[in-house]
Design a protein around this ligand. Sequence first.
Ligand code: FES
Ligand code: FES
Length: 161
Amino acid sequence: MLRVELVVNGQDVRRDVPDNMLLSTFLREEVQLTGTHIGCDTTQCGACVVSIDGETVKSCTMLALQANRRSVTTIEGIANGSELHPMQRAFSECHGLQCGYCTPGMVIAAIDIVERSEEPLTAARVREELKGNLCRCTGYVNIVKSVLRGAELMGRPVDRV
Ligand code: FES
Ligand code: FES
């Protein structure tokens, strides 16, 4: 067991963990943040995406110990109290979820896409950037619409032509 100390959604967290514990397992089982989903465990689906120091990471691909002294944001940490994050509102408004299993990873990845986008965001760019996030329901049309709408709600330019 080794000690890990990190910040999760603004809260200090300290735990002794096995050195082979995945960050996804740590978040779900040690911190009880079950919004981070595990869809494949083989780095393909993106259901486990979280943000670490502002960069998106597949948390099933990283050890909890590798997050030591870092700041992790999960889907539970993006709303402002009871006010949803604009990207969460967009997914709700545009029906960007079906079973919802992939949704936490999609939303975290979508926020990152919007924040990194220097040009007006296009549907083609969203599709390209979401390659690492799989939706088994294959409802991608509404997911892409949701990300574009989320960008607008975040005050970023969108090119719908
Ligand atoms: S559970 Fe991590 S990529 Fe699928
Ligand atoms: S909404 Fe069901 S897997 Fe994406």
